[in-house]
Every structure is written in structure tokens, then in C-alpha cells.
Design a protein. Structure first.
Ligand code: SAM
Length: 289
């Protein structure tokens, strides 16, 4: 590792430090030591991180680093690393860069040749996945889905054939709408879980089919409060040749429907896949819904 300007070994290090997602007891001993021994902490919100630092008697100065100033801050931070000081990056909660700022900083610091060290710890996605009761061997982290229903359904449609478990961050006031969209696109019987307020006093996990969770969200006001991770089981693999053919037809239709009117997309999809015209038309209507 060399300093790109001097060609000498880069000295300062950037530590990416995970912080608690609700329970202060989850700050690791190593995270605490790192935050106390660095010369500077780059924090998403300095007031928020100030509360954490105060609770642990840490007096390290802070610098704000958020979505709106990250590119500029990265230049400043690289200049400080060149001076040889070590800096920690934290977000408001959990692991930085996981639906949180930090990507641009890491990209620039890595390009400048400085060491970047992970101090791992809490992450809501992983915490929720570990208790949801759904397959964990392969999963897909989707972060936040689009806020508008049309765009959200489009994203969900692209995920519908995915066999991996889906991990989604959602705001509590949108969870009901998102569950409605999930039922519409994935079907009512897919297994799912909602992990609410993980590691906090009112931590609750709801497990069931998408339809059961939707009903729960309509009747239980708790589900529209607090922080939420939604986990959705992956698509079952097609059971027979007919299912495989339908999956192939659907894939072709999805591409064509994005570009062409429905009738034309259905006709072309039928020619490409060998499906009957009326079958392709019916699937196109279904996918378009
Ligand atoms: N970087 C964080 C991490 O490592 O999990 C995620 C930050 S993202 C801006 C915030 C979202 O994470 C929330 O809207 C919620 O979906 C999820 N989240 C954070 N803390 C949570 C908790 N204690 N319980 C459930 N979900 C949580």
C-alpha cells in the first residue's frame, strides 16, 4: 500500500465501525476501543453519534459525513489520512454503507491506497435474517424498495422468479402498502416474516404467509410503528416442464413488455418461445396487472 502522492507507505487507516441498532450492549469492545483511539470520527449525524459516544465516555472529535457532503468530505478525509491520523466511519445505526452513507468515501480512500479496516457488528438485515425462520443459504439484500407503488411493483416483478430469500428494509408507514404489493406480485401464500424493533425493548417477530402478514398489518397498529425488516421467502423452483415453459415465457415477456405494447410483446414472445399466441397474451395480461 502506498500513498499515491508521495509513493511512501500510507500511514493513516480508515476504520468502518458498526454501532448498535437499538441496544447499546451490542457495541463491541473492539468498536469501542477503535472509536476511543481514532483521532476523528466521520459520522452520518454528529448529534446522534454524540449520544452514543457520551454513553461510553468517548471524547473523540466528530465530523459530519452524509449523502449531501460525502464527495467533498472524502477529499478532506484523505488529506487527514495523509497526515497519518486514523479515522473511524460510523452511521446512525448498524453497519455503515448498508443503506447508509459511506460508499463514495470507501471508493476514494481505497483508490488513494490507504488501508480500510472493518470493525463488524450489528446489522438489521443480518439480525432479522438470522431469526426469520426462512432459508439463509442464499439471500438477496434489496435495501429500501421504491416509495411509489408502481415502481415498487415493477421492482418486485423483477424479483418474483428469484429463488433466494429477500431481505427488505421498510419504513413502518409503508409496510402495509408494500405487503399489498408483495401479495399482488408474489401471491398470497409465500412465506415471510417481519422483524420489528430488533434488539430493542419491544422487539417482535411476525411469521406467516404474505397474506397473514398483510392481515396482521391491517389490524395491528404496532406494525406501523418502529423499525422494520421484511423477509420474503424465495420463489419455489418450477415443479414440471409446464412451469419451466411458463417461467421462460414470462422472462421473455418481461423484457418485451418494458419496450412494446402488450399485443405486440405477446405476439413476439410467442414466436420466440414457441408458446401459443393466446397463452402468451394471457401471461402478458397477467404480468402487466
Ligand atoms: N446500516 C443499518 C444496518 O446496518 O442495518 C441500516 C440503516 S437503514 C437507514 C435503516 C433501516 O434499517 C430501518 O428503516 C429498518 O428497515 C432497518 N432497521 C434498523 N434498525 C432496526 C431495528 N432495530 N429493527 C428492525 N429494523 C431495523
Amino acid at each position: 500500500m502506498t500513498n499515491e502522492r508521495t509513493g511512501l507507505p500510507a500511514s493513516g487507516k480508515l476504520y468502518v465501525v458498526a454501532t448498535p441498532i437499538g441496544n447499546l450492549g451490542d457495541l463491541s469492545a473492539r468498536a469501542r476501543d477503535t472509536l476511543a483511539s481514532c483521532s476523528l470520527i466521520a459520522a452520518e449525524d454528529t448529534r446522534h453519534t454524540g449520544v452514543l459516544l457520551k454513553a461510553f465516555g468517548i471524547a473523540t472529535p466528530q465530523l459530519s459525513l452524509h449523502d449531501h457532503n460525502e464527495a467533498r468530505r472524502a477529499i478532506e478525509i484523505i488529506a487527514r489520512l495523509r497526515e497519518g491520523i486514523s479515522i473511524a466511519l460510523v452511521s446512525d445505526a448498524g453497519t455503515p454503507l448498508i443503506s447508509d452513507p459511506g460508499f463514495e468515501l470507501i471508493r476514494q480512500v481505497a483508490a488513494a491506497g490507504f488501508d480500510i479496516i472493518a470493525v463488524p457488528g450489528p446489522c438489521a438485515a443480518i439480525a432479522a435474517l438470522s431469526i426469520a425462520g426462512l432459508p439463509t443459504d442464499r439471500f438477496c439484500f434489496e435495501g429500501f424498495l421504491p416509495a411509489r407503488s408502481a415502481a415498487r411493483r415493477q421492482r418486485l416483478r423483477s424479483l418474483a422468479p428469484d429463488a433466494r430469500t429477500l431481505v427488505i428494509y421498510e419504513s413502518p408507514h409503508r409496510v402495509r402498502d408494500t405487503l399489498e404489493d408483495c401479495v399482488a406480485v408474489f401471491g398470497e401464500s409465500r412465506a415471510a416474516a417481519i422483524v420489528r424493533e430488533a434488539t430493542k425493548l419491544h422487539e417482535t417477530t411476525y411469521r406467516g404467509s404474505l397474506e397473514e402478514l398483510l392481515l396482521q398489518s391491517q389490524s395491528n397498529p404496532d406494525l406501523s410503528r418502529g423499525e422494520i425488516v421484511l423477509i420474503v421467502g424465495g420463489a419455489q423452483s418450477p415443479a414440471c416442464d409446464t412451469d419451466l415453459e411458463t417461467a421462460g415465457l414470462d422472462n421473455v415477456l418481461k423484457v418485451l413488455l418494458a419496450e412494446l405494447p402488450l399485443k405486440q410483446a405477446a405476439h413476439l414472445a410467442a414466436q420466440i418461445t414457441g408458446a401459443r399466441d393466446n397463452e402468451a397474451y394471457k401471461r402478458a395480461l397477467f404480468l402487466k396487472q
